[in-house]
Structure formats: structure tokens, C-alpha cells
Design a protein around this ligand. Structure first.
Ligand code: CP
Length: 311
């Protein structure tokens, strides 16, 4: 991985912790330039990519697909339910097969944390791996689109007061963002149910009650309550969660006029955020989705350039 003449070169993208600040800022800047200029040239040589999604997804899957098509890549369709996964094929063997067919980039979402390690360490697999989310581990393309959205608004990360609020334990978005936001100079806070906060967050920012910090924030980053990752009996009623931890109209009114609110989506309406605030003036939730296309174009460009120039 490298930045050469302002151009980011990657071999894989699996964790935000593997990226330098220069690489992150380079990808954010390229995403913004692709969005604002519209001046992107489709690649002029055939490159096959595939999207291997073993967990549900709307945004990540479809925005990678749009990004791939805008770049002129050949997208190989894959559906886990109709593939040989149902005959016992392992993830490793699915990727080994795609690699053998000539696929250069595999975008993968899988429930197993760190699933990508055996793929990037394999002596046989040369395809680049882009992590579209590994369980409660990392979600680097979501983090990059979040950073692009913040940078688009404020032009810096230095000194911004950012609160990541909600289901911290199960959130790959929180874990991807906390490392990089701290490295880029933001002042981080965490909020939400105490049972979903743990020691792993302590070195990145203070744990606070949302009502004690909301008036000072530049960015309120809400997290989805991840019912699918909860144990039996874990969780709250919709009303109890919303009233204690969610963004109500009363809390929204306390945000600074310059503050923005974000959420990776899908949103549990009236849980993390009141239904009518999802598209409110301080919300950047829709902008995050749009930015996802452009930052994913920047990621794919960096991977394809890295494959040609780093090997
Ligand atoms: N934010 C996000 O990862 O959404 P999807 O699960 O729909 O991809």
C-alpha cells in the first residue's frame, strides 16, 4: 500500500487499521473529486470483479455494484443461496474458484470476524479482497464514506467533537471509525447502553450520557441496534431505547445549528432516531449513501492501480 504522486495504491482493503492517514485522506479526497467533477474515465482494460455477500446488505452491495459499473468493470454475479455454498463449499474455496476464473477483486461480506485473514495470506489466491463487513469486526468502506461525509461538511477532522452512540459492542462501524477518527485528530465520545460499552472503547474517548454532550457536538453518529447479533433476552423495548438513548425531537433541538447527524443505515425508525428526523436538515444519512458510491469507486481505482503498479 502506498500513496504515489497523490494517488493511492492498495492491494487489499480489509481494515481501517491497515491504512495510513495519507491513504485515508487520499481516498476521501478522490471520492469527493469523483463526486464533484463527475470526471472519471472508465478503465480501458477488462477487469472482472465479484461481490460475495453472505450477510444481508442493501447499501454496501448495491453501491459497490454501481461503483463497479460506473468504472466499466465486468461484474460477475454471485448469489450464495444458488451457489455451491449450499453443497458445503467454504468461503476459501469460493474465493479460490473466483481467483482461478480470473476475477481480480472480491468484495466480501461475511459474519465471521477476520474471515479475510486466510484469504490474504493464501499463497494461491492473488485476487484482491475488499472487506464489505466482517461480523462485528470492521467495515472499512463504510468508515471511508463516513469520513468523506464529515470532511465534505467541515473540511477537517481536527478538533471536531464526535459522539458515536448506540450498540457499540456489535458495531463494526464504531470499531472502524474510532481508530481513524482519533488518528485524524477528532475528539471522540461514546454513548448508549452501558451493557454495550466496554473497555475496548476507553482509550478512544469518554463514555457519556447523550444529554450531557449533545449541545457541544459537531457530529452525532448513531448506530443501528443490531438485533441479529444479540443473545436471548438482550436488548430493550423500542420505546425504552428511544427515550433513553435515541435522537428525539427534544435532543435534536439541542444540537448546534452547524451540527450534523449520521447513521450507517438501515435505520430502525423511532428507535435510534425519530422517524421524521431521518431526512431532517441536520441529517446526512442520505448523503452518506450517495457518498458510498464515490468512495467505493475511489477504493476500486486504488486497488486496480495497486495491482498494476505495486506487483
Ligand atoms: N450501512 C450498511 O452497511 O448497510 P447495508 O447493510 O445495507 O450494506
Amino acid at each position: 500500500m502506498a500513496v504515489i504522486d497523490g494517488k493511492v495504491l492498495l492491494t487489499h482493503l480489509v481494515s481501517m487499521e491497515h491504512l495510513s492517514e495519507a491513504e485515508v485522506l487520499g481516498l476521501v479526497s478522490r471520492g469527493l473529486s469523483l463526486k464533484n467533477s463527475g470526471a472519471y474515465l472508465p478503465l480501458n482494460q477488462q477487469s472482472f470483479v465479484t461481490n460475495l455477500f453472505f450477510e444481508n446488505s442493501t447499501r454496501t452491495h448495491k453501491s459497490f455494484e454501481v461503483a463497479e459499473k460506473k468504472l466499466g468493470l465486468d461484474v460477475i454475479d454471485f448469489n450464495a443461496d444458488t451457489s455451491s455454498v449450499n453443497k458445503g463449499e467454504t468461503l476459501y474455496d469460493t474465493v479460490l474458484t473466483m481467483n482461478a476464473l480470473g476475477v481480480e477483486v472480491c468484495v466480501i461480506r461475511h459474519s465471521e470476524v477476520d474471515y479475510y485473514k486466510e484469504l490474504i495470506e493464501s499463497p494461491t489466491i492473488t485476487a484482491s479482497i475488499v472487506n464489505g463487513g466482517d461480523g462485528s469486526g470492521q467495515h472499512p468502506s463504510q468508515s471511508l464514506l463516513d469520513l468523506m461525509t464529515i470532511y465534505e461538511e467541515f473540511g477537517t477532522f481536527e478538533g471536531l467533537k464526535i459522539c458515536i452512540a448506540g450498540d457499540l459492542t456489535h458495531s463494526r462501524v464504531a470499531k472502524s471509525n474510532m481508530h481513524i477518527l482519533k488518528r485524524l485528530g477528532a475528539q471522540l465520545y461514546f454513548s448508549g447502553p452501558a451493557e454495550w460499552h466496554s473497555i475496548e472503547f476507553e482509550s478512544y474517548g469518554d463514555y457519556v450520557a447523550i444529554d450531557d454532550i449533545i449541545e457541544e457536538l459537531d457530529v452525532l453518529m448513531l448506530l443501528r441496534v443490531q438485533h441479529e447479533r444479540h443473545g436471548k433476552g438482550e436488548g430493550f423495548s423500542k420505546e425504552a431505547y428511544h427515550s433513553a438513548y435515541g435522537l428525539t425531537q427534544e435532543r435534536y433541538d439541542k444540537l448546534k445549528s452547524s451540527a450534523i447527524l449520521m447513521h450507517p443505515a438501515p435505520v430502525n425508525r423511532d428507535v435510534e432516531i425519530a422517524d421524521h428526523l431521518v431526512e431532517s436538515s441536520k441529517s446526512r444519512i442520505v448523503a452518506q449513501m450517495t457518498n458510498g458510491v464515490y468512495v467505493r469507486m475511489a477504493i476500486l481505482e486504488a486497488i486496480l492501480a495497486g495491482r498494476r503498479e505495486l506487483q
